[in-house]
Write a protein that binds this ligand. Sequence first.
Ligand code: NAP
Length: 231
Amino acid sequence: MNQTTERVAVITGGSLGIGEAISTQLLNLGWNVHILARRASNYVHADHGSCRTHDVDVRDLDAVNESAHAVATSAGHVDALILCAGVGYPTPIRSASRAQYDELFDTNVAGSIFSTQAFMPLLRDGKAVVTFVSSIAGRRGFADWSLYCASKHALEGFAASMRDELRPRRIRVTSVQPGSVDTPSYDHLQPEDKKEFMDPESIAELTVAAIQLPPQACVETLFVNNAVGDL
Ligand SMILES: NC(=O)c1ccc[n+]([C@@H]2O[C@H](COP(=O)([O-])OP(=O)(O)OC[C@H]3O[C@@H](n4cnc5c(N)ncnc54)[C@H](OP(=O)(O)O)[C@@H]3O)[C@@H](O)[C@H]2O)c1
């Protein structure tokens, strides 16, 4: 396969949890996958021949731009850009700190915005899909999670604007809004507390299906809630 026929995905936060499941499913489908994360090289299939890892903190814009340059040099184009790197934890407003705000917004919002900016020139016109892994917290508010919800609402505003901005290039934009998913970010919970959580593979399957739709079809929003309702 030459550089123009290769399907190339770039995924921030592709080393663990929902992102790991998306990376693995894309690799299994024959995609070339570039993973950006602080410890991307820890990804379980990092040694797969079609996988490249970039140890990058998405809050470090110079490092993100350097990895975009590396992808431009090695792959030349991007068919799927998936913005999945994110952090989330409760921040009851009576005790929320500026440091928590900075971490949540710098990672979930600025990290996604400036990773999009860095990789945008590489997206293939008429084909590419940009996928923001947002959250049910980008649709609703939840007591004690206000800073995380605010960050995901900001991400939704950016995603909606990108959908319009990239339409002239026929680049599609999807916002994925999962409910609660059993990933390493919830390792601190007891199994009993997570028994109604979804598995990351289910979210990945739907996300990958949306990415692989023909270029005439755009899944704008993929809201997947827990069967029992909001958790
Ligand atoms: N789990 C849920 O219930 C749930 C529900 C709705 C939405 N989401 C969203 O889904 C996304 C993934 O969540 P998850 O639960 O799968 O989390 P996770 O298991 O903790 O994985 C987070 C991923 O993001 C990377 N990451 C975190 N901070 C980063 C940074 N500053 N720079 C680069 N990479 C960074 C992590 O790698 P490193 O630590 O090596 O950097 C890891 O690959 C997040 O955006 C989250 O908000 C999760």
